[in-house]
Structure formats: C-alpha cells, structure tokens
Design a protein around this ligand. Structure first.
Ligand code: WTA
Length: 638
C-alpha cells in the first residue's frame, strides 16, 4: 500500500504546488476524497480573512476517529497503532493494535457518555504520557465532545483558567505522572484548580503512580471502575457521533503577546486531512514504519503527530512517557534500537541538550533503523543540525526542519524527506497548499528572493485555526488584522536566493523556551502578583540549550526580608504557582526603574539588548523619560 496523496519526487512536488496555487479548494478536495466521509461535502472551501471565516468541506459529515481507527480495521486491524514506552526502562512496554485501540476507545466513549458527556461538551484532559491519554483524546472525538488537553507542567491556576474559559464539565486525569526521577501529583493539582471551577461535574482518574489522592464523593471516579462497569454491561462497540466537517474537534490553549492564553479551535474535517497529508509527505512515511515523536500530547505537536496524523495514515506511533536524559542521556537511542524506530521527530532543545552530554551516550547503539529525522518547535542552529545529522542519522537520514504553529494545526514549511532539498537551519519550502508571503515594515509584500520580512500566509489551508474559543474578535485582531487579507504568523523569516525559507524567530512579545511558547505579558503578570513587586518587564535572551531563556527586570519595593536571593526564589515560586515551572525566569535583575518613553511605554528593545549582552548598541535613548535608568541597569546586569 502507498498513499495516493503522497508526493514522490521533486517534479511531483512542483506539480502539486502549482495545482494548489491555482485552486486551493480543488487541490485539497482531491486529497480529501481519499478519506472516509459519511456524507461528501457540498463546497470544498468558503472563506474570507476579514471576519475571519474559513469553512472547509462544508456539509461533509464524518467523525475523525472513523478515519483514524475504524477505517484501518479490516486490512490492518493487527497492525500496532500505538506503542508505549514507560518512563522506567525496566517496565514492560505496551502495544495496542488498531483493533485493540478501537476497543479501548469505544469503551472509554461509553464511560464518557455514562458520565454525562454530550456532543459539543468540553472535556479537560490533564494526564501524563500514558496510552490512556491518547485513548481519552480519541474517545472525546468519538462522542463529539471537544477536548482541551492541558500539559502536565502547568499549575493549578493555569488549569483553572483553561477550564473556566472553556466551561468544561468533565476532567480526565491521573493520580500522578512519572517524568524522569520526578513524580508529579496531577490529581492534587486538579483538586486545587477545581476550587474555582464550578462547571466541572465529574473527574475521572486513571491510576498510574499510586500517589495517594483524595476522591470526592459524587464528583470523582476511577477510570478502572468506570471501565469495569462498561464491561459488565457488555458494551463493546461505540458508534461514532456523526459530526459536521466544521464542528470543533478540540481547543488547545497557547500564549500570545497579550493577556491570558487563548483557546485555539480546530475542527474535524480540516484537521483530519491536513495532519495525515503533512505526516505522510514530510516524513515520506511508508506503511509498517515506526514513527517516534518525542513531544508531549499536551502540546500541538503531540496532537498532530503522535495521535491524529499518524493514526489518520494507519501508521504505528510510538509514545514515550519519560524524558531524554533519564536514567541517562542515551535514553532516546536505546528506544530507537529497541523498537527499530524509522522516523525520529524531536525538538532542537532536546538535541542541544543531548549534544551537551557528549557522543559517548550514543556509543553501543546501532541506530541503523532510522530513515528520517525531524525537528520542530524552534529554529535549529547549524551546529545542532549537523550534530543530529552526523551522529544520529549517520549522514544517511534526511533531516526535515518543520515549521508550524498551534494555530496552523500541522506543518506549513518543511523539506520533504529525500524529495526536496534540505538546508541546515532552513525550513526550506512550503508544503503544497501553503502560500507564504513576506511583508515589510510598511505593510507591503516583499517579492523576489534574497529578502526578509514578517511571515504571513495568503490562502487558508484545512487546519488553519477557526477561532479563539469564546472570543472571535481576539482571533481576528491577533492573526488577521495586522495585514489585510493575510494570516499573520508572528514570526519573521527570510527567503534566500533559492527561494528557501529560514525562520528567524518571533517578532512579537512571545518567547520560545525549550520549544514552549510563553508570553512575556503572562510572565510579567505572574511576577507582579508577588507582594513586594511594583513592576516588571520580561524579555528573552539567547540560551545555549533552551534556545531562549527568560530575563526578568523587577522593581521591588522591599519586603519582609532584605535577602535578595530569597526574594528571587519567592518570585520563582510565585511564577511556578501562577503559570507553572516552565515559565520560571532564568535571570532576575532588581532595578530601580525601567526604561520608559514619555508616554509610559516600556522600551523593550533596550531591555532585550541588555539581556542579550549587547550593551554597546543600545540605540537612541534620548526619547526616554529618564535615560539614567539605562546606565544603572547595564551596570547591574546579572
Ligand atoms: C516556532 C509548535 C523555527 C515559531 C509546532 C512558531 C519554529 C512557534 C519551528 C510555534 C521551526 C516552530 N523553525 N521556528 N521548524 N517550528 N517554530 O505553537 O516561532 O508551540 O511561531 O507550535 O514555534 O509554537 P507552537
């Protein structure tokens, strides 16, 4: 078997691209025809970027899980769909064939129904990386509920914000999660969150760590008990809820440059087509291969390329509970050899971190099953690219550098493994169907090659975000109002002499720390919640492993102690409580004042330069209210 929508040569890529440019609707409709629909769509594409309104395959009826599971049962029921590797290298792995996954998803769909979940309800999922997480996600989709997965590294406050925003009625969680040497008390975190979440009527708790938990009568129930009930009732199949192509599939919260994280909404039809198409094409997936994406399902990469994309293509997806450096920095390589992994998809931050441990951790591993390597989440520096290519790929595996975002649902710019050229540190060429443009400071399109600008996209693609949950205006102002008739990515890019794209990073106030998106405003709000803090300003700075680190300038009024070190730790605790440990600043500098314009705006440009150590080129500071503060900050740099 191969895929009718797989591009197999450079010529085919060019032809597909030209076709998609001439008529995006017809291009994607042809691809969509290879998936299973209960009813075919009436119109392939209706759109305008002014409202914005984008509708793909309108009138089409389907359920994404029928494509991801049922469709494969007849011919590939015994093919492994999910393979799971524990955090603990000595614990037995688990493997679910498509048939077994089908049974598990149907059972849990019954559990959701039995607990009152209806089509359109929001279910918050806060779990570690165990197969039940993927099962819960798919069961939500099957019953027509909208899942909102929250990454296990977020605090109770962040969970509460997300539950309240979505008005979720059910939470699915675990007693705890293992991550390296740590045991994270997930249920305890949920209990803290739920104090302020009256919408939640039911909490389903899956056993993993056997951490003691409190189970509240009438609200909390064990996953295993619920499954037993379904088994006693003799319920096996669960007919998938028939959805409209444009019905929401999930919400995933992501940081922007202002305010609280926004709930990016994706839909059944478009997400299904785009994730499967991009998965098959960028990796040039061949049936039977083992695909290992090291992301967490709490982020978009896990949604698209652990769950929906690979399963949509009938592939075998390996999910890993642990971390790359525990018990030692050879963990990934051990997993690759153990399962004969063919495709390894990871983040530049993981590569840089492993590079730092040295190549001795690769010794003794064959890695000869690998065929394709991929990276995602942040720009990859050339050194890390070459290290990955040479030491992991033995110079025989194409490295695909895949650029995309939570809002794009799947890969937008990337080389296609072995088909289109790879250039270190370049995402290279757009996927068929994706039409990038670069815009200059005046808002004009910069044409031709050897140019740079703000990266925008011209036409809709099937997995473009449809809205931000509960606040469509926010979606419009964030993505569609900066430039008329264009989707604005928030990234800057250059297009070289050969038309290859290199992503240069965010041009807004969003940081990318270890591939995690964090808004500077969010971190500032969290810091400002600490009692002694008067004001703060947060910027990014280059960090060898994380890509970007978080640098906070803080005006502190003096608190109960005069101990700077203790105050720093108090502030870190505050950020941890409000957002989560992932948002803790790497550096905190106490300052007397912040560089502000006469109108009171913080000049971040100057702070960024200072944090980057480029104090010699601070630019014009004469427009500042008090140019003296800059000198003081430079002197006090940490
Ligand atoms: C950045 C992750 C350079 C970019 C899938 C984008 C990248 C943000 C790349 C989205 C890449 C992602 N090269 N930069 N290959 N991939 N980015 O929403 O700044 O977590 O806007 O989605 O990560 O992060 P998000």
């Amino acid at each position: 078997m191969s895929y009718p929508y797989q591009v197999k040569s450079l010529e085919e890529y060019k032809a597909a691209y030209a076709k998609s440019e001439a008529d995006p609707g017809a291009f994607w409709a042809e691809i969509a025809s290879h998936f299973s629909w209960r009813k075919k769509w009436d119109t392939a594409l209706e759109w305008n970027f002014t409202e914005p309104k984008v509708e793909w395959f309108k009138g089409g009826r389907l359920n994404i899980t029928e494509n991801c599971i049922d469709r494969h049962l007849e011919k590939n029921g015994n093919t492994p769909a999910l393979i799971w590797e524990s955090n603990d290298p000595d614990e037995a792995h688990r493997s679910l064939t498509y048939r077994q996954l089908y049974e598990k998803v149907c059972q849990f769909s019954h559990v959701l129904r039995n607990n009152g979940v209806k089509k359109g309800d929001r279910v918050c999922i806060y779990m570690g990386m165990i197969p039940e997480l993927a099962i819960a996600v798919l069961a939500c989709a099957r019953v027509g509920a909208i899942h909102s997965v929250v990454f296990g590294g977020f605090s109770a406050q962040s969970i509460a914000d997300r539950i309240q925003d979505a008005q979720a009625t059910v939470v699915v969680t675990c007693d705890g999660a293992f991550r390296g040497a740590k045991d994270i008390p997930l249920k305890g975190m949920i209990d803290d969150a739920l104090v302020t979440c009256p919408s939640v009527k039911r909490v389903i708790v899956c056993t993993r760590t056997r951490t003691p938990v409190s189970m509240i009568k009438g609200r909390d129930t064990w996953w295993e008990d619920e499954i037993r009930k379904v088994e006693t009732q003799g319920l096996t199949d669960f007919p998938a809820e028939e959805m409209d192509s444009e019905d929401p599939l999930f919400i995933l919260y992501t940081s922007g440059s202002t305010g609280k994280p926004k709930g990016v909404v994706h839909t059944h039809g478009g997400f299904m087509i785009f994730t499967a198409y991009t998965f098959v094409n960028m990796f040039q997936y061949k049936p039977g291969e083992i695909h290992f994406c090291t992301a967490d399902i709490g982020w978009i990469t896990g949604h698209s390329y652990i769950v929906y994309g690979p399963l949509g293509a009938g592939a075998t997806s390996l999910m890993f509970e642990g971390v790359p450096t525990w018990p030692d920095a050879g963990r990934f390589w051990q997993i690759v050899d153990k399962y004969k992994v063919n495709i390894l998809y990871t983040a530049p931050t993981a590569i840089r971190s492993l590079m730092g441990y040295g190549t001795q951790y690769l010794e003794g591993y064959q890695l000869d099953s690998l065929r394709v390597l991929g990276t995602v989440g942040e720009p990859i520096n050339e050194e890390a690219w070459h290290w990955y290519h040479k030491n992991v790929g033995k110079e025989k595996c194409p490295v695909v550098d895949t650029w995309w975002q939570t809002e794009t649902g799947g890969t937008m710019i990337s080389n296609l493994a072995g088909i289109t050229p790879a250039v270190p540190s370049f995402a290279t060429l757009p996927m068929p169907g994706i039409h990038p443009v670069l815009i200059d400071e005046k808002g004009e399109e910069v044409k031709g090659n050897g140019v740079s600008g703000n990266l925008c996209i011209k036409y809709p693609w099937p997995a473009i975000l449809r809205t931000t949950y509960g606040d469509h205006e926010r979606c419009r102002t964030n993505y569609f109002a900066t430039y008329s008739n264009l989707y604005f990515t928030g990234d800057g890019a250059l297009r070289d002499e050969n038309g290859m794209y290199r992503i240069t990073g965010r041009v807004d106030d969003v940081l990318n720390v270890s591939g995690h998106r964090i808004g500077t405003a969010e971190v500032e709000n969290a810091i400002n919640m600490h009692t002694g803090v008067v004001e703060s300003a947060v910027v990014g700075f280059p960090h060898d492993i994380k890509g970007q680190g978080i640098y906070a300038f803080v005006i502190y009024s003096g608190g109960h102690s005069n101990d700077e070190q203790l105050t720093r730790q108090d502030i870190l605790q505050t950020v941890s409580r409000v957002i989560g440990p992932i948002a803790k600043p790497d550096k905190i500098q106490f300052v007397k004042g912040l560089p502000k314009t006469r109108s009171g705006k913080i000049m971040r440009r100057i702070l960024r330069k200072i944090a980057e150590g480029e104090t010699a080129q601070l630019g014009d500071t004469t427009t500042l209210l008090d140019p003296g503060v800059v000198e003081e900050i430079v002197v006090g740099k940490v």
